[in-house]
Design a protein around this ligand. Structure first.
Ligand code: CTP
Ligand code: MG
Length: 344
């Protein structure tokens, strides 16, 4: 049972909750914007099929996982009909021919094939919408993690709101760009989900540990187990923690900042959303990393692997700062909220 908070603190948390909810309303795309993304995808597919026979396109990432912004990039995965895996495929050649094809599209600019990255892609800029995007090939695990994140987003409205707040926070503090040495927004989303699983009582379950029947099913994709409980309308039957946590988003946001600045030990523990038991950096042999975030499916992938010591410390400082700002007295408190300062 949580200790009752003093009245004034409740007021402050109420304001914090409203700010969090406002953040979600301001940045989430509306129905039209969602449809526009689907329309672009359809248009690309029709266009590509004339030049790359059997090309199939699927949207993934934040356009589909429930944590998209109005201006989020278009993450597109391409596969070829009749070919289940990338095996035997000359990815570089396909990427080059894809780039060549896209250059003929009248509303695309800045076509740039990147064949040196872990996942080869073609980047593009869509002039009609001002959206950037990229097309990757057989990015199958990413399609599965998109579904996993979408499931968590669908469980509780607070999940969505907090992930938006976290992404805004990362953008504002300039700590959310993996291509510039910090962490991807995907990594920050995993951090929010981990916190919500570890909260007491938890806000969300560990879907990858849940199953119906005797034995946990194993579904292998690219050699990794991608099984997770997805029968969300029956979640209340299988998850004893269902709706037990009644905290407000403001409370949770402040709780998250406290968790990552005071409770969680980055040296010892891995941010890991696939199990409830703590996972140690020692067990993963990730002790030399400053910040370890395990991908929920590709267990060899540490999303914090690319962080320099300086960057890790910069990120931690941003959290410590936020912890102070969101819990500290505000000098110019709005006049309708007088005398709040003394409580913080
Ligand atoms: N992804 C991944 N592993 C990473 C980075 C990304 O599997 N190290 C996958 C995730 O499915 C992610 C998607 O690629 O959602 C797209 O990545 P990105 O565009 O960086 O993040 P988004 O989740 O789409 O968020 P944003 O709104 O910032 O685009
Ligand atoms: Mg994206």
């Amino acid at each position: 049972e949580l200790e009752p908070l003093p009245l004034m603190t409740l007021d402050f948390l109420q304001i914090l909750s409203e700010v969090c909810e406002q953040c979600y309303r301001d940045f989430a795309p509306d129905d039209v914007e969602v449809k526009v993304r689907e329309h672009i995808l359809q248009d690309f597919e029709t266009f590509l099929r004339c030049q790359v026979p059997g090309a199939k396109l699927v949207l993934f990432g934040s356009s589909k996982n429930g944590f998209g912004f109005k201006q989020s990039d278009l993450d597109i995965c391409m596969t070829l009909e009749g070919q289940d895996t990338a095996e035997g495929l000359d990815s570089m050649a396909v990427i080059e021919s894809l780039a060549k094809a896209l250059r003929k599209h009248h509303s695309l600019r800045n076509i740039l094939p990147i064949t040196t990255a872990k996942v080869p892609i073609v980047k593009f800029y869509h002039t009609k919408t001002g959206l950037e995007g990229d097309i990757s090939l057989y990015n199958t695990l990413a399609l599965h993690n998109t579904q996993l994140l979408a499931s968590y987003a669908a469980i509780d409205a607070r999940v969505k709101i907090l992930c938006y707040v976290m992404k805004v926070f990362a953008k504002v503090c300039d700590i959310g760009d993996a291509s510039r040495g910090s962490l991807s927004s995907y990594a920050y989303t995993l951090m929010v989900l981990y916190f919500l699983q570890q909260r007491s009582p938890p806000v969300i379950p560990v879907l990858q540990e849940m199953y119906v029947g005797e034995k946990k099913p194993v579904v292998l994709v690219d050699g990794w187990d991608v099984h997770f409980f997805s029968d969300l309308k029956n979640l209340h039957k299988y998850w004893p923690g269902y709706k037990k946590n009644k905290e407000s988003v403001g409370q949770l946001w402040f709780g998250l900042l406290q968790f990552y600045t005071e409770t969680f030990d980055f040296k010892e523990t891995v941010v890991c959303i696939r199990r409830i038991e703590p996972l140690t950096t020692f067990k993963k042999q990730w002790t030399s990393k400053h910040l370890a975030i395990e991908d929920p499916f590709d267990l060899s992938h540490n999303l914090g692997a690319g962080l320099s010591r300086r960057m890790a410390s910069f990120i931690m400082k941003a959290f410590i700062n936020a912890r102070r700002v969101f819990g500290a007295p505000v000098r110019d408190f709005p006049p309708e909220y007088p005398n709040k300062m003394e409580y913080f």
